[in-house]
Ligand binder design. Sequence first.
Ligand code: SF4
Length: 370
Amino acid sequence: MSFKEIYTKYDWDEIKTEIYMKDGSHVEAALSKTGARSMEDLMALLSPAAAPFLEQMANLSHELTQKRFGKTLQMYIPLYLSNKCSNNCLYCGFRNKNRIKRITLTMDQIIEEVKVIKSYGFDHILLVTGESRESAGVEYFEEVLRLIRPYFSNISMEVQPMEQEDYERLIKLGLNTVLVYQETYGKKYHEFHPVGMKSDFFYRLDTPDRIGSAGIHKIGLGALLGLDDWRTDSWFTGLHLNYLKKRYWRTRFSVSFPRLRPATGVIEPKVVVTDRDLAQMICAYRIFDENLELSISTRESVRFRDNAIKIGITSISAGSKTEPGGYTADTGELEQFEINDSRTPEEIACMISSKGYEPVWKDWDIHYGI
Ligand code: SF4
């Protein structure tokens, strides 16, 4: 059964109601279990009824994270290659209706950016683009991967959804991870994604399947927090994750928690997600799945990020610029969203060490034949 078939069996409003009807006894039952938690347990952990249990959830989440991942944190940095985009997502600074200068980096410009990124010490890189097949299609990505492969042992991508054959071509050139966020699993999806490829909800929903079928090492999922009810979106993300884990059992998975941030010409968040909500979400996912990698970006504040690493986060970005060419030139007006933690990678690494954790710049290499 495909995920589309599973997904269409559920009704957003009914799931939301069920989540809001959970009470303390359901939360206690989910917390007292050992091992894998069910989708019912995830409902309880995400529910308003779990809020008074946050300290208990944080302690358990911390314990489970340390057991599985030790006192380590993966460091990564995004490299924005292009801000050209054929979509008009209402929350994004790169949307095609925004009158900003559009750039797709040339190979020479990419190498200049890579030199700066390498000088910070990074060995993991996340390539990011808007969704424009004309300026950044699979041939462009092949060229980029050939160019940067000698510099990085781990290359991730957050670009437009592609076909399975495209992913297969890129995996051969060293692509390790693909992140594809559904943004929201609810009916409001169409309101926020009115035109372009991204308006096709089910093509996007099927993307992790195409990535998994291509044989990728890791898939990243997530919902954009601020578009609709975060508890319901998180539950559907968990449902998607459970399906993918069973089907692509050799693949690793991660979940990210992007909260809507200000940017030029975009809508305000429709739903406020507080720091306490976000902390509950992180703990809920960790208790739901001990092996899941949980990632947090520079969208979040210094204070939140410093505390989040103690409750379950396993991967953190640092020194990020969200505009193409941002590491070699100050092009601020082109950025996708405003970052909230502008500390240097060195400062982030020092903060991690000061908390007794080890910042990991490299943990995996394709040359080991894994
Ligand atoms: S979120 Fe992605 S697809 Fe949507 S407008 Fe921004 S860059 Fe384009």
